[in-house]
Design a protein around this ligand. Structure first.
Ligand code: NAD
Length: 472
């Protein structure tokens, strides 16, 4: 299969949508309505930068209002356009449905390279963008709730929340207008690393399905697997750090926009992070081979490839050279339709973006609920839990005449904090959704996990619209 030009996110979404729709018994007109992006806002606004007025082009797309608020990240990237934002918003609708998060999908962006601006310039641009969203009712705890994406993080979310609060001073739930905020500004513990951790849980669950593992030719569980990660930003760096520390995987390759580093015996992720902090780049990390090509990472000899950077990375041009038998899509849309077809023809297994990177929105949902409840998770029940556990342990010790080993006693008596609750909720969502997707794959005989995931999400949205009806 060839590609004459790089397809848009929306085109790739539509290809996958069409493939999945064949497995659903849903009216064609309803499917067309579900496919359509409901509201799109394209803005040009001025900000004074270094004495000159600069015009910024920005967007927000709300793909589906079958559940409100709508939800999706804000991306700062130089080449972003409305088509890309609408495609990403559509992915969000199905992603939320897959992990049973009660939101419609949305996405936003400002066309800029954040590296080209000072922090206070970025703050003014972000605050002006937020004001534009407020003016057109494209943001609000019950309306549309942004979160971080490429080029943004908790700093930008804090600015957005503060701007919204300034403009809506009497709104009780105003902190819930964005998620991914710093913990001290209404954020939740575990959100920053949530997307990477979600990919980790997705992979762990994959290896609990021997029939799927067999098709990759791999064996055992995640432990010891050789992984290459493209993208060492929020998603990629937390993923690599967590699977190395907690699953004993070997990170053989890492890539950023300026190049790839490769070490067959493994890279120490923490040391690479330190190296980048000191030198400004991952390149020339000691004991690793540096390649100037960022895409070279995709073709490394490894067991699992994790694209965690940007879209359209695995294409008709390079898919045939990918060696990993298993691809876990941490980025949104890293594989084009033609790239996907080539990988599938070669028998490679893909854990699709629409499920694999849903950890971010799942924990964003927890943060939104926390903001609406105005209380941190676990506060009310923690002490009762500890007391009950202590009584149980004392009872068991009295009956058995044996003391609990100190580390176990300590862990139990520590009680359950917000971070443990977040990890537990995230794990449950990722495990449950994967099992649902696999069930659909077997039941409907879909050719791959991506089609099954699309069927899973689409089915839930179809059912929601059928129950809703049409107003008036
Ligand atoms: P980020 O801005 O923190 O990091 C992006 C990384 O990609 C950086 O390491 C950058 O060097 C690298 N990169 C950029 N251009 C590249 C190129 N041409 N080749 C190789 N690497 C390149 O972004 P992020 O938040 O980690 O997002 C990464 C992907 O994950 C995006 O597709 C995003 O939509 C998706 N995602 C993010 C979240 C989240 O919570 N942040 C949630 C779901 C999905």
């Amino acid at each position: 299969m060839t590609e004459t030009r790089t397809p848009s996110m929306l085109q790739v979404f539509n290809d996958n949508f069409d493939r999945a729709a064949r497995y659903l018994k849903a009216p064609a007109d309803l499917l067309e309505y579900i496919r359509a992006c409901h509201s799109m806002y394209s803005i040009k606004f001025p900000v004074r930068i270094r004495g000159e007025v600069k015009i910024f082009h920005a967007y927000r797309a709300e793909h589906s209002h079958h559940r409100t608020p709508t939800k999706g990240g804000i991306r700062f990237a130089p080449d972003v356009d409305l088509d890309e934002v609408a495609g990403l918003a559509a992915l969000m609708t199905l992603k939320c449905a897959i992990v049973n998060v009660p939101f419609g999908g949305a996405k936003g962006a400002i066309a800029l390279d954040p590296r080209a601006y000072e922090v206070e310039e970025l703050e003014r641009i972000t605050r002006r963008y937020t004001t534009e969203l407020v003016r057109k009712n494209f943001i609000g705890p019950a309306v549309d709730v942004p979160a971080p994406d490429m080029g943004t993080g908790e700093r930008e979310m804090a600015w957005m929340a503060d701007t919204y609060i300034m403009l809506n001073p009497s709104e009780l739930n105003s902190l819930a207008c964005v998620t991914g905020k710093p913990v001290g500004q209404g954020g939740i513990r575990g959100r920053t690393e949530a997307t990477g951790r979600g990919v980790q849980y997705a992979l762990r669950e994959f290896f609990r399905h021997p029939e799927l593992v067999k098709t990759t030719g791999l064996q055992g569980d995640l432990t010891g697997k050789r992984i290459a990660v493209q993208g060492f930003g929020n998603v990629g760096s937390h993923f690599a750090r967590l699977v190395q520390a907690e699953d004993g995987v070997v990170i053989v390759g890492l890539a950023e926009r300026d190049g790839t580093i490769y070490a067959p015996k493994g890279l120490d992720v923490q040391a690479v992070l330190q190296w980048r902090d000191t030198t400004g780049s991952i390149k020339h990390f000691p004991d690793a081979t540096t390649l100037n090509d960022a895409k070279a990472c995709l073709e490394l000899d490894c067991d699992i490839l994790v694209p965690a950077a940007l879209q359209n990375q695995i294409t008709a041009e390079n898919a045939g050279r990918i060696k990993a038998p298993l691809v876990a899509e941490a980025a949104n849309g890293p594989t084009t339709s033609a790239g996907d077809a080539i990988l599938r023809a070669q028998g490679k297994v893909i854990i699709p973006d629409i499920y694999a990177n849903a950890g971010g929105v799942t924990v964003s949902y927890f943060e939104w609920v926390k903001n609406l409840s105005h209380m941190r998770f676990g506060l009310m029940e923690k002490r009762i839990g500890i007391r009950t556990q202590r009584q149980m342990m004392s009872g068991i010790e009295a009956v058995t005449d044996q003391a609990f080993p100190a580390p176990i006693r300590e862990e139990i008596l520590h009680g359950i904090d917000e971070i443990e609750l977040v990890k537990s909720g995230l794990e449950e969502s990722m495990v449950e959704s994967f099992q649902e997707i696999v069930e659909i794959m077997h039941e409907k005989q879909t050719p791959d996990l991506r089609t099954a995931a699309f069927v899973c999400g689409l089915h839930k949205v179809v059912v929601a619209y059928q129950a809703l009806g049409i107003w008036p």
